[in-house]
Design a binder for this molecule. Structure first.
Ligand code: DQQ
Length: 577
């Protein structure tokens, strides 16, 4: 029987976390897993067979297939060495992917120095079009259009770039290198197309411009930008999308909007490489977006889409399942020489379904249900306790390729630590100061993943409850500081607050997807997400382990824990369509 066991080899962690008397063996299973050969390469996250990838581009559902394009360097594992192309893969289920030839390559005067990010739009006749940024022969950023050569090819293998490109040249008030990343286009009540493009105006004001068009070919700039703020600098990869009523999980495609429909605006802040979003109202008469009351215009004050290592995210409406699906790029965190030696760099998050929480203020994000088709061996525990100082091993699933869902119940909140008045300002710093090894009141409790048997290496994903201004605040952390014994990789503590009423719920859920070098976590039902890249050294010699721990003063009840070992998906195995 699979299940939980005492962290027999937990000596090193317990020096930090717990009195050894508190460790408990619940039940045991000796099932061991064989580490997947190939080190840090992922088993079910999207990666091309080799080379560099960064931003997700033009995801769409068309003709019964999902298409995913991505920033790709066909010549190597770094961004800088080549002029970027659009990689292209297709899938029936967003889990298994077949690689096709690149869709766009930098071979025309209007994109001679690179085919940068962009998006797909399904035209009224069902034909897809992509708008993308070309770095032209003079080094200017311009916006181009491309269409499938043969729209009835089910794989849309070849793409044609009309000679009349660029369709949107560089405007006079924008620097040559600050004009890019067209969004999916949508139509307003006047029947005109709109597209959002990132630009830095007058060398300093980070903006999202709106262009309008009758025919998808000739585009005119709207006088008012959709967004502008001098504070955050250049903001890339804009994504504006409508959301259903709070609490409704269905996604919406673009529809004419009179300002009464809630939309989400997501921007990627270049200075911090972080994605932020805000809920607000978009009006297609003026082409303006009003963030909900109380939201500042500086995008850096908005909610983070992911408090870890995710950038340049992009969503699309999935007509097959009537949902909105979002992807984001998770870059490597080890030195360039290492990923060059591996021959690949960059992964995409798992596709996430996104919808608006009941509070109307925040998104909920959750791995698409198709990921669950990979679940195989399962461990389930109901009504377990993790005592103060306890570290319990979850055994029976391969710790390097797993999906773990756990619900922690908190019997008493009274012991929560006090948070100083400005403690809410920097959750990442707080996670650094109050790591898993710092005993608390209510928490820290959570998971230790990708752990070596002696716990020398482990990534901790955990919660800690604070008292602040008469209320309780839940902090979620993913701490990489002990994730690897290597010193030359970026291994910060990541953190974000979970916007929920813990006093009411008295419980909090955590789902963590573990995939060799990715730890992707969803706290509080997907209110707070943290994606981390990690490079544990023990995987060369031994299996990775999985633990639950509690380093608070009171015990925590685990009302439900389910952990699955995940099968390896067929993702772009060497094959070129
Ligand atoms: N990456 C692309 C740009 C975009 C940036 C170039 C964001 O189009 O602004 O690879 O990561």
């Amino acid at each position: 029987m699979a299940g939980l066991r005492l962290a027999a080899a937990a000596f090193h962690l317990c020096l930090l976390l717990c009195p050894s008397s508190s460790l408990r063996r619940l039940y045991d299973d000796e099932a061991e897993s064989t580490p997947r050969h190939g080190g840090f390469r992922t088993a079910y996250h999207f990666q091309p067979a080799k080379n560099w990838q960064n931003d997700p581009n033009g995801p769409m559902y068309h003709g019964g297939k999902y298409h995913f394009f991505y920033q790709y360097n066909p010549h190597g594992a770094t961004w800088g060495t080549g002029n970027l192309s659009w990689g292209h893969s297709v899938s029936a289920d967003l889990v298994s992917w077949t690689a096709l030839h690149t869709a766009l390559d930098p071979d025309s005067p209007f994109d001679a120095n690179g085919c940068w990010s962009g998006s797909a739009t399904i035209l009224p006749d069902g034909r897809p079009a992509v708008l993308y940024t070309g770095i032209d022969a003079a080094g200017n950023q311009v916006q181009n259009v491309a269409f499938p050569k043969n729209a009835s090819d089910p794989l849309l293998r070849e793409w044609v770039k009309p000679g009349y490109n660029p369709v949107i040249p560089l405007p006079g008030d924008v620097e040559h290198d600050s004009f890019r990343d067209p969004s999916t286009a949508w139509r307003g009540r006047d029947g005109l197309w709109r597209v959002a493009v990132a630009a830095k105006l007058d060398a300093s004001v980070g903006s999202t411009l709106i262009y309008r068009s009758k025919d998808f070919l000739r585009w005119e700039r709207n006088a008012a930008p959709l967004y502008e703020s001098p504070a955050a600098g250049m903001v890339e990869c804009p994504d504006l999308f409508p959301v259903a009523e709070p609490g409704h999980q269905n996604g919406l495609d673009y529809a004419p909007s009179n300002g009464a429909a809630r939309h989400v605006l997501k921007l990627s802040v270049m200075a911090t490489l972080q994605d932020y979003y805000v809920v607000g109202w978009y009006d297609d008469a003026a082409d303006t977006f009003a963030p909900a009351a109380g939201a500042d215009n500086d995008s850096r004050t908005w909610r983070r889409l992911d408090y870890g290592h995710v950038y340049a995210s992009k969503s699309f409406f999935d007509a097959r399942k009537n949902r909105r699906v979002l992807w984001g790029w998770a870059n490597e965190s080890d030195p360039e020489a290492d990923y060059v030696a591996r021959g690949w760099s960059g992964v995409q998050t798992v596709p996430r379904k996104v919808w608006l929480d009941r509070d109307g203020k925040q998104l909920l994000q959750w791995p698409i249900e198709e990921i669950e088709t990979l679940r195989k061996k399962r461990v389930q525990l109901l009504g377990t306790k993790v005592n103060a100082g306890g570290v319990n091993e979850i055994i029976g699933v391969a710790g390097s390729q797993a999906d773990v869902e756990v619900v922690f119940e908190i019997p008493a909140l009274e012991g929560a630590e006090n948070l100083e008045p400005n403690g809410l300002l920097d959750p990442q710093k707080l996670c650094g100061e109050k790591g898993a090894s710092v005993p608390g009141g209510v928490g820290p409790f959570g998971l230790l993943v990708l752990a070596s048997g002696d716990l020398h290496e482990h990534t901790s994903v955990f919660f800690r409850v604070f008292k602040h201004d008469g209320k309780y605040k839940v902090l979620m952390c993913a701490d990489l500081t002990r994730s690897t014994t290597r010193v030359d990789v970026y291994k910060p503590p990541y953190g974000g607050f979970v916007d929920m009423d813990i006093q009411k719920t008295r419980s909090i859920s955590l789902r963590t997807l573990i995939d060799h070098s990715v730890v992707e976590s969803f706290g509080g039902g997907g209110r707070t997400c943290i994606t981390a890249r990690t490079y544990p050294m023990h995987v060369e010699m031994s299996n990775s382990h999985l633990y639950m721990f509690n380093n608070g003063t009171g015990s925590v009840k685990v009302s439900k824990l389910e952990a699955w070992e995940l099968a390896t998906a067929t993702v772009n195995v060497a094959h070129d369509g």
